[in-house]
Design a protein around this ligand. Sequence first.
Ligand code: G6P
Length: 606
Amino acid sequence: MCGIVAYVGPKDAAPILLEGLQRLEYRGYDSAGVVVSNKGLKMRKVKGRVADLAAVVPARFKGGLGIGHTRWATHGAPSDVNAHPHLSTDERIAVVHNGIIENADELRAKLEADGAVFLSETDTEVLSHLIARTVVEADSLEEAVRAALKRIVGTYGIAVIDAQRPGEVVVARNGSPIVLGIGEKEMFAASDVAALVRYTRQVVHLEDGELAVLKADGFSTFAGDARPTAKEPLTVDWDAGHYDTGGYEHYLLKEISEQPETVARTLRGRLDDRFHIAHLGGLNMDARETRSFRRVKIIGCGSAYYSGQIGAQLIEELARIPADAEPASEFRYRSPVVEPDTLYVAISQSGETYDTLAAVQELKRKGGRVLGIVNTVGSAIARECDGGVYLHAGPEVSVASTKAFTSTAVAFALLALHLGRVRDLSPADGRRICEGLRRLPGQIKEILALEPQIEELARKYADSPSMMFVGRVRGYPVAREGAQKLKEISYVHAEAYPASELKHGPLALIGPEMPTVAIVPDDELLDKNLTTLGEIRARGGRVLMVGHRTADPKLADDCVVVPRNETELDPILLSIPLQLLAYHAAVALGRDVDKPRNLAKSVTVE
Ligand code: G6P
């Protein structure tokens, strides 16, 4: 999704902006632009990649103040002119914007009637014209920005500069993230810490409604009503190295391969071998409160939602509390009944997904108790929740989620263990789960060693027009995430069904053209699953089985055998080969693995 970078300080802004924009490339975008201030504004913007922009930025692009942007089109097609920044007609004001201005058409008509000349089709351009109109009489740029924002309905993260105030940038946030970066006699701002870590680890997150003024020697922040706010800088523990491919061909493969370490990090310091419990310091709930919940409701989007389905299963099994997961994007719009004895859990890798954030805010308005399972420390969702669990998986760059998905499932296992042990889960079962969790990193390593076999299978199946993924109970969310991975990065159509539902409809699709990936753990449902495989084979369907043993060749054409853990934890391991399968299918088909078409890493608009 769109990215913002801003700089004010003694150095030339342009190279810093371009580097920052490059670090945001992974979020997905279609055009990019920069503007710097040096005796007037100088701007370059192009449809295409940041490298295309860098090619048209001349060496003499000097100036220590500037803003840059990568755009993901919403209003108006990707083009040079629709790319940000947008200038006012007198070229005094420049604006970059993430989010959507809902009353843009109405404002545009008024501004045009008043003489403003619009060059682009974007909603953003109303902002540069609005600010230009108020800045003339305002005492400060921030006052003009504040006045303009009062007329806006919608969401925004913005950065604004004024040619006549060459020493300051004004940024503001409402629904779209803005992070300030504090340097040595220089200040930065961006929509994502990824753009800042090369220069500073000291950051400040703006809250919705806040505005900040950045000068080389510091910053001030204000609430919507212009009252100053006090902000504590946070130190991020991710550095620029976390954002490199580290010798791998793609971020996706790097992130899949990191999972033994990232899972170990999610577990670190959280397992107690004396009482066989989980220590989750950030939940902010005492034992009495923890016992009081009668239901758990989990919300998230995309892969976060599917990991929530694994989480619901773990909580029901280990804590015996009814639990279910729902897409946050649906939940927020259906006026959900919010109950006092329900524990709500919001999942987000980025901590910025707008649908999930809006769902959390709706829950809070209705008095719901919300925990966050989040990867990005200090992100909007983490701040909004009453408590939670950080994944510590490190930054996830590739659009398709892998290590965050796995770490979320592991965090749910910890939460389920915690909820279970304050209820009826016996010390013996607690011990079994603790030991199982400790085995995960080593077992993930064993699965990663199967990569050559999985790569070959991916090549074999990649040319199928469509694939079916089936799993039963614990295996069903695994199948859903497997299908999601395949379709998002390889663009091969994939459907996921509960294995039990196959004969109630989708069996009609099965034939030689539609192979099935079947998740078949060695659990109490093994015989049922094998029966399903027989039904598929009887219709001429090919079967790739992912499970704990090699199947009779009458039932499966190919098998990927993964190590067993405790039955409750097996879904975590069964998901890993499906990540490799999707990755290698996408590579075989020549796809842009890290930046699949039409998708964005963090969807900060509705
Ligand atoms: C987007 C991404 C998905 C991701 C989802 C939720 O749709 O393309 O890969 O799972 O957002 O993201 P989050 O950051 O909230 O986990």
